[in-house]
Design a protein around this ligand. Structure first.
Ligand code: HEC
Ligand code: HEC
Length: 336
C-alpha cells in the first residue's frame, strides 16, 4: 500500500516537474487586476477594445496622468481645463468651448468638428502627441512612472501609446448616470409637474430635442447644423475636417448631461445661459442656413418652436434634472 502511494506521488512529481518548464517566453508577465465598470441601468453596452480591457493598474495610471502637468510643456494638465465640479468642462475663455468629459466611453466622434472618429484610444493619442506634444523624455526619466507603466503595460520605454491607452481607461470610467432624471427612470423619485411637462416637450415633436439629444447619452454622437448662423466665413464646422461642402456649419451634438453646470454654450460659447439656448431654439434659428438640419425647419413657424413662456420654463426645469451631483463629487474621479 505504502509503495503504491509513493509511486503515485512520484508520478505527480514528474507531471509537476514537466509543467514547471514552459518554453522561455518573451511576453512580459503582467499581474493585471481586471475590473468591470458599473454601467447604469438602461445604458447601451460600452465600446471597449480587446487590447485595452479595463484593469485597475491602467485606470489608476490614467487618472494620475489626467491630473499631472508632466504631460504638457506649459504647466497644464488635462484637469486644468476640464474641472470635475463643472462636469469636466470649464471656461478658460478660449474661442472654442471646452467639451465635457462625460460618458465618452460610448462616443464615436470626438471634438466639435469630429477631428477624431477612431475611438477613445485614438483621440487620446491626438491629445498627447499633437495637442500637448508630450515630451516623452521627461516622463521616461521619472522612476515612479517607469514602474507604473511597467506594471500596467509591461514596457521599459514609455511611448504615447501607453499614455493614450491609460488615459482612455480613465475616460471610460467617467460615467454619469445618476441624475434626478435617471433616479426618476429607476422609480426612485418622482419629478415635479413642471419637470414632467418639460420632459414631454423634450421627447415629443413639440420641442423635438430628442432626435439629436436622444438616448441615455443625450447625444446622437453625430453632426448637425442647427441654424445658429446663416453664413460661415473662417470657421466652417465639420467642413474644416472633411472638406465636403455638405459639412459646412455642422458641429458635434454635445451631451446635455450636466449642461446646467456649463458657463458658456455651443462650440463658440455665444450663449451664457440655458435660457438663451432655449430662446435660440424658440426664435433664433436661421432657417436659410446652408445644410441646415431638416429637423430644424418647421413649417408655418418662424425661426423656431414658438413655445409659450411656461413651456420654455418647463423645458429648462427638465434640462436641470440632467445634473448629476454624484458624478461631479465622485471621489474616484478626483486628483489622486
Ligand atoms: C487649454 C485647455 C485644455 C486642456 C489643457 C485640455 N483640453 Fe481637452 N478640450 C479643450 C477644448 C477647448 C475642447 C474642445 C475643442 C474642439 O472640439 O475643437 C476639448 C475637448 C476635448 C475632448 C473631446 C470631447 C468630445 O466630446 O468630443 C477630449 C477627448 C479632450 N478634450 C481630452 C483632453 C485630454 C486627454 C487632455 C489632457 C491631455 C485635455 N483634453 C486637455 C480644452 C482643453
Ligand atoms: C438637429 C439636431 C438638434 C436638435 C433637434 C436639437 N439640438 Fe441642441 N444641439 C445640437 C448641436 C449640433 C449642438 C451644438 C451646436 C454648435 O455648437 O454649433 C447643440 C447644442 C445644444 C446645447 C448647448 C450644449 C453645450 O454644451 O454647449 C443645448 C443646451 C441644447 N443643444 C439643447 C437643445 C434643446 C433643449 C433642444 C430642443 C428644443 C435641442 N437642443 C434640439 C443639435 C440639436
Amino acid at each position: 500500500m505504502k509503495k503504491f502511494f509513493i509511486v503515485i506521488l512520484f508520478g505527480f512529481y514528474l507531471i509537476g516537474a514537466c509543467r514547471k518548464d514552459p518554453p522561455p517566453s518573451t511576453e512580459p508577465k503582467l499581474k493585471q487586476t481586471p475590473i468591470t465598470l458599473d454601467i447604469p441601468r438602461f445604458f447601451p453596452e460600452m465600446i471597449i477594445p480587446k487590447d485595452n480591457k479595463m484593469t485597475k493598474e491602467r485606470l489608476a495610471l490614467g487618472r494620475k496622468l489626467y491630473y499631472d502637468p508632466i504631460l504638457s510643456n506649459n504647466g497644464r494638465s488635462c484637469s486644468s481645463c476640464h474641472f470635475q465640479a463643472e462636469g469636466f468642462t470649464s471656461d478658460p475663455g478660449l474661442p472654442t468651448t471646452v467639451l465635457p468629459h462625460v460618458n465618452l466611453g460610448w462616443s464615436k466622434n470626438f471634438l466639435w468638428k469630429g477631428r477624431n472618429d477612431q475611438g477613445l484610444e485614438n483621440v487620446m493619442l491626438y491629445e498627447v502627441e499633437e495637442f500637448f506634444q508630450t515630451d516623452l523624455k521627461k516622463i521616461n526619466s521619472d522612476a515612479t512612472y517607469k514602474k507604473d507603466f511597467k506594471d500596467a503595460f509591461g514596457v521599459d520605454e514609455i511611448t504615447s501609446k501607453e499614455i493614450a491607452y491609460s488615459l482612455a481607461q480613465f475616460f471610460r470610467s467617467l460615467i454619469s448616470g445618476n441624475s434626478r432624471y435617471d433616479q426618476y427612470l429607476r422609480n426612485e423619485i418622482s419629478l415635479t409637474q413642471e419637470e414632467m411637462d418639460g420632459m414631454e416637450i423634450f421627447f415629443t415633436e413639440t420641442g423635438d430635442c430628442f432626435h439629436c439629444h436622444g438616448s441615455m447619452l443625450f447625444t446622437d454622437n453625430d453632426f448637425h447644423n442647427t441654424g445658429l448662423d446663416s453664413v460661415f466665413n473662417t470657421d466652417k464646422g465639420r467642413y474644416d475636417v472633411t472638406g465636403k461642402t455638405s459639412d459646412i456649419g455642422l458641429y458635434k451634438t454635445p451631451t446635455l448631461r450636466n449642461a446646467s453646470l456649463r458657463k458658456r454654450f455651443m462650440h463658440d460659447g455665444r450663449f451664457t445661459s440655458l435660457e438663451q439656448v432655449i430662446e435660440f431654439y424658440n426664435s433664433g434659428v436661421h432657417m436659410n442656413s446652408p445644410n441646415i438640419d431638416p429637423l430644424m425647419i418647421l413649417p408655418q413657424k418662424e425661426n423656431g418652436l414658438m413655445l409659450s413662456q411656461e413651456q420654455k420654463d418647463n423645458l429648462l426645469a427638465f434640462l436641470k434634472t440632467l445634473t448629476d451631483v454624484s458624478f461631479t463629487t465622485n471621489p474616484n474621479f478626483s486628483k489622486p
